[in-house]
Design a protein around this ligand. Structure first.
Ligand SMILES: C[S@@+](CC[C@H](N)C(=O)[O-])C[C@H]1O[C@@H](n2cnc3c(N)ncnc32)[C@H](O)[C@@H]1O
Length: 263
């Protein structure tokens, strides 16, 4: 039987969703998250801009997909605690009939999931308490809301770094991509290495955070194998098709990503 979220909530160790929420200025975090975040900032003061650059990347990719590229279904895995600019808010602003399934494995995200379910009447949103590392049940549950015979926008933003095992991560992502129809798109963003980023990850692990890995842009590109990568490829997020609202273009942001089409 599935455990209840509050029974599963361990506030004594930092969790990715809650530390991310802290970087974004949210309030859904606990002392262990804030202490870990402060220690990380001490070694990598710019780390919060990774999170903010990723939120802006969500806005640009989902806006492009829902608008010009005509995608009206989204599967957003590793959603995080609800925040401004979530996928359904961006997509349904462009196309009110868009359908979005959110997935996360953190019980605190489940507790806040109601905020992700405020769909337009024409569209739909759903939330799944499921795990990227186990794609089959995830896809089965998502198919109750999404029609996988039509294009879907698969969003994997800030989540594959928490699947440290390379084979497991590649297999899970490729299983999700395998379920998509031609004409679907895949957006992936993930943390990349630098000396300070590695120090930040060392702090994270020393504080008991879930295993995470920094992947070089070349390693990230492997997740897009067999897809058509849109220009400009896998780049630091502020360099990905920046618009007038894009911040941090002159900063080193160690969060890279890209968008690709399945042929
Ligand atoms: C860094 S946050 C990113 C949130 C959001 N996607 C963004 O880009 O702003 C990573 C999220 O991935 C979730 N996550 C980590 N491992 C996961 C897994 N194996 N399956 C599903 N979600 C996972 C965490 O709980 C967290 O909410």
């Amino acid at each position: 039987m599935a455990s209840r979220p509050r029974q599963r909530l361990d506030t004594s160790i930092p969790h990715p969703a809650r530390v991310w929420d802290y970087w974004l200025g949210g309030t859904e975090n606990f002392a262990a998250d804030r202490e870990c975040a402060a220690e990380i900032i001490a070694v990598m003061p710019d780390l919060p801009i990774n999170a903010r650059a990723e939120r802006q990347f969500i806005g640009r990719t989902v806006g492009l997909l829902a608008g010009e590229l005509g995608v009206d279904q989204f599967l957003d895995v590793g959603t995080g605690i609800p925040s401004a600019g979530n996928t359904h808010l961006v997509a349904q602003k462009v196309n009110p009939a868009a359908r979005i399934v959110y997935v996360d494995n953190d019980p605190i995200v489940l507790i806040h999931a109601l905020a992700l379910l405020d769909s337009t009447p024409e569209g739909a949103t759903d939330y799944l308490d499921a795990d990227l590392r186990n794609p089959d049940p995830l896809l089965q549950a998502a198919s109750e809301t999404l029609d996988f015979s039509r294009p879907v926008g698969l969003m994997l933003l800030g989540v594959i770094e928490f699947v440290a095992d390379e084979t497991l991560a590649l297999d899970a992502v490729h299983a999700l991509i395998g379920a998509l129809s031609p004409g679907s798109y895949v957006a992936i963003a993930s943390s990349t290495p630098s000396v300070r980023m590695q120090q930040a990850v060392d702090v994270w692990h020393a504080r008991g955070g879930a295993p995470m890995v920094l992947r070089s842009p070349e390693r990230l590109a492997r997740f897009f194998d067999d897809l058509d990568l849109l220009d400009p490829g896998v780049v630091s997020l502020p360099q990905w098709r920046p618009d007038t609202l894009t911040d941090y273009r002159d900063r080193e942001v160690y969060q890279y990503g890209g968008l690709a089409r399945k042929h």
